[in-house]
Design a protein around this ligand. Sequence first.
Ligand code: PEP
Ligand code: MN
Length: 263
Amino acid sequence: LVSRKKKPEDTIVDLKGTKIGDGIPKFVFGPCSVESYEQVAKVAESVKAKGLTLLRGGAFKPRTSPYDFQGLGVEGLKILKRVSDEYGLSVISEIVSPEHIEEALDYIDVIQIGARNMQNFELLKAAGSVKKPVLLKRGLAATIEEFINAAEYIMSQGNDQIILCERGIRTYERATRNTLDISAVPILKQETHLPVFVDVTHSTGRKDLLLPCAKAALAIGADGVMAEVHPDPAVALSDSAQQMDLKEFDEFYNAIQATPFVK
Ligand code: PEP
Ligand code: MN
């Protein structure tokens, strides 16, 4: 169902009028984790000021260590809902278990399925059974074929509103947190009709690489870029080292806007 052979035209995911996959690059910014209303609102204000419409923030955090901050859960979704209503934005947040899918429908605009859950088939099927767009991230060590099959799991249940997101894969390379597989973008565009995003924060884990990797993503045909922004990254409860502060966010956004890829 996700194959371009079955459907030659591009799928466009419409989020309150923002059309993902229409040929104009889109941007999703926001904190790694939702920590408080004030924290999310500060980022939302900066997103809104740029004329952008999409906000991200994790409420259920799938952390590598069980002793790390696990997220605010449903309270975090409520904060996202309040902020998105106040600022007129669409929000994307990760859901990690099938039983939270229904509840999440009231609070968020896009269900994110994270890298660690790309092959959580019960979760994929649950997300496929609702009428809510899904942003599906590539697994930490998933092949492109496995990634496409994960999207197929969602679509096989009836939900065809899917955005694929390349977020880097595990390789022997330690200079970056993961290895951004940039060639996955045109492969996914050729093999499927779905929009493709690139998460430059989790793929690189390095603030100095956000801009060049975002440029590369757009140059190679990505439909959008995701990056993390926090009003005070030094005190962030997760991914403190790699989130942009608001000034870095402005600089990043101005620089990417100045490229020919955004016209
Ligand atoms: C995230 O986007 O918050 C996240 C945890 O990313 P990933 O699943 O790609 O690691
Ligand atoms: Mn993060």
